[in-house]
Write a protein that binds this ligand. Structure first.
Ligand code: 13P
Length: 248
């Protein structure tokens, strides 16, 4: 059985003070949740505040990005060593916004994943097709390339894959359960080609306009093992309801 994994990606939102206010409200709401891995990914500047508050709780800390060198002359970048030092155990890599706005290639994504694993950071590895790619019938080609290039020479342990169709991110347009299951099943087949039976243990998250209203039906899909949530993770009550999916 794959343990459900629900992660909040706050993107460029929340100061340290806002992070503390969120956690003061959120932690009591999810205190009793045992059977779900709960992760929050605040911006870099809020990581220390979040780390202090979640200590001893059932919430894990993730960064939203990483650089692939340990240290050196890389102005503006944050290394895996710095992330573990501040209390992160997870890191999101290859988010479509990084691929789109910061020109991250599959090769860079692969280097970042290897650097994270070298320092024992668990990886939330994001993939997904753009609207034009879906409309051109290239969804599976894109997913195949991103899986194969991103995970090249990477062992399967401590990798969570997040399928985030770019056209569903921040648009209010969620993939149907049929579209999500079809993509997730295809991704698991590609993971099986890479890792054999170990692919059955890899969690595959859905991301893209996940809300308290649609989480239950998404989680009912056989190959949807969790969610990576943007907008609906910014409010404690809304994200707590998503964490407690299927508890009506
Ligand atoms: P939204 O939930 O705001 O669509 O964002 C999804 C996402 O990109 C999570 O990483």
């Amino acid at each position: 059985m794959r343990k459900p994994f629900i992660a909040a990606n706050w993107k460029m939102n929340k100061t340290a003070g806002e992070t503390r206010a969120f956690l003061d409200e959120f932690l009591p709401l999810v205190r009793d949740v045992q059977d779900v891995d709960i992760v929050i990914a605040p911006p870099f500047t809020s990581l220390p505040a979040a780390a202090a508050l979640i200590k001893g709780s059932n919430v894990l800390l993730s960064a939203q990005d990483i650089f692939y060198e340990d240290k050196g002359a890389y102005t503006g970048e944050i290394s895996p060593v710095m992330l573990t030092d501040v209390g992160c155990t997870q890191v999101i890599i290859g988010h479509s916004e990084r691929r789109q706005y910061f020109k991250e290639s599959d090769e860079i994504v692969n280097k970042k994943i290897k650097a994270a694993r070298k320092h024992n950071l668990d990886v939330i590895f994001c993939i997904g097709e753009a609207l034009e790619e879906r409309e051109a019938g290239k969804t599976f080609d894109v997913l195949k390339r991103e899986v194969e290039e991103g995970l090249k020479d990477v062992p399967s342990d401590s990798i969570v894959v997040a399928y985030e169709p770019v056209w569903a991110i921040g648009t209010g347009k969620t993939a149907t359960t049929g579209q999500a299951q079809e993509a997730h099943k295809y991704i698991r087949e590609r993971l099986s080609a890479l890792y054999g039976g170990a692919a059955q243990d890899i969690r595959i998250l859905y991301g893209g306009s996940v809300t308290p209203e649609n989480i239950d039906s998404l989680m009912d899909c056989a190959d949807v093992d969790g969610a990576l949530v943007g907008g609906a993770s910014l409010k404690a009550g809304s994200f707590a309801r998503i964490v407690k999916f299927n508890c009506k």
